[in-house]
Design a protein around this ligand. Sequence first.
Ligand SMILES: [Cu+2]
Length: 139
Amino acid sequence: MVTSAKRSGSLLLVSLCAVAALATACSDDAPSAEEALADGFVDMTGEEVVTIDVLDNVFEPERVVVSEGTEVRWENRGRTPHNVIASEEGAFDDVPVAEMQPGDVAVRTFDDAGAYPYYCSLHGTPERGQIGEIRVVAS
Ligand SMILES: [Cu+2]
């Protein structure tokens, strides 16, 4: 009796995890502007070109929500080199990952809705330090 009770308990745990995983996948697939604004993102939807100032050592603004098809330009306005690295490997593979010297600009057009966290590997990690995020929503 004890053995069968343990078995049904672990089956229940497995199915709850499956439901939680599905719910997470759904919200990642369709980010909304309302969610992003509630999370403190700066609303730059409807702009064709959005500029992120790369300073020593922050991205300004740090978190922006943009529409699909927006060209994002990172401009190094600091006095030291920086870079822009996708926190999720591969998400940003067409943004130069070499050091941006003061005055340099890196450009990427975001055609697909999604969450694109990034960081400067010279002054941060994917979790802290010089970090930012582009949230792209359907236009
Ligand atoms: Cu940096």
